[in-house]
Design a protein around this ligand. Structure first.
Ligand code: R5P
Length: 289
């Protein structure tokens, strides 16, 4: 068994290989001036491989995965696992307006055809509770980073109050609170557009509290920024945030910094300087199970 990585996620893929005690090999990708990708695999692949690549900024990556899988199969690889700590296209799970593509279903089915096993971490599943409903006809494994997040938070010098910024975050916040014994609260959220979010804080006393906002994804950063601004107005002493998937689109970090967030912490599901939690042990355990 080998771990097959790509340059954009090589540190995490190498850590996974090390954790599994197997060899790491890398796919060479050349981007032509017109935007097409040339994908070259090593020609010494084992019968079983693990392709480790997170699927943020997914469009090129999905095509490159398709090309890589085809070459691997031609070379005689019989079992291919995709380890994608961030799994793309999971949010659109129904058509809100006629004509909208339900990307979760379409991309999920496609991944199910390409791979013998798909492993991801805390995918954004709204209306379904099993990853196999999104990725059928394959072994689909959904892991959670909450235990690792709990360990990280349990080692903070002052016990913070955990705040989930919306009802969807409750599943993660509650688990972390159960593991750590930390106090927790959930805010209400209304999204009026990609960059326009309204947060309704719970009616408790935030004065002088150290608060950590916990969420699965930060994309535009508006959800966390709005929550942080209100916490500050309500008297919170310090506001930090802990995110599973630090997507940080466009000026999201600036938006968070303007909202007086002290620390941004994240898992290494996506490469970012805020990464403080490595997922390799969690992923390796699932592969070895
Ligand atoms: C929403 O359901 C998610 O859990 C996140 O709260 C959301 O995706 C964050 O998006 P943004 O950073 O753009 O506000």
């Amino acid at each position: 068994m080998q771990v097959v990585g790509f340059r954009d996620y090589h540190k995490q893929a190498k850590r996974l290989a090390k954790q599994l005690g197997v060899k790491y090999v890398e796919v060479a990708v050349h981007h032509f001036p017109d935007g097409e990708s040339k994908v070259t695999l090593p020609n010494t692949l084992d019968a079983e491989i693990i392709i480790c690549r997170s699927l943020d900024h997914p469009n090129d990556k999905l095509i490159e995965l398709l090309l890589a899988c085809e070459v691997a199969r031609q070379q005689g690889v019989r079992h291919i696992t995709l380890v994608a700590p961030y799994l793309c296209y999971m949010r659109q799970d129904i058509a809100f307006n006629s004509g909208e593509a339900v990307s979760q279903k379409i991309i999920g089915q496609w991944l199910g055809q390409l791979f013998d096993r798909v492993i991801t971490v805390d995918p954004h599943l709204h209306r379904i509770d099993n990853l196999n409903q999104a990725i059928p006809n394959t072994e689909a494994i959904s892991l959670s980073a909450t235990n690792l997040m709990s360990e990280f938070l349990a080692n903070r010098p002052n016990p913070p109050l955990l705040l989930g910024p919306d009802s969807e975050s409750e599943q993660w916040v509650k688990q972390i609170a159960e593991h750590t014994g930390l106090d927790w609260e959930i805010a209400g959220k209304q999204r009026h557009g990609d960059h326009n979010v309204e947060i309704m804080l719970p009616k408790i006393d935030f004065n002088d509290r150290i608060v950590v906002i916990v969420d699965d994804v930060a994309s535009t950063g508006r959800t966390i920024a709005q929550a942080a601004k209100q916490l500050k107005q309500a008297g919170a002493q310090t506001v930090n945030c802990l995110i599973t998937h630090p997507l940080f689109a466009d000026n999201a970090e600036q938006v968070l910094s303007n909202a007086c967030i002290n620390h941004i912490w994240s898992t290494d599901s996506i490469n970012h300087h805020s990464n403080v939690i490595q997922l390799a042990p969690l992923l390796a355990k699932a592969i070895n199970a």
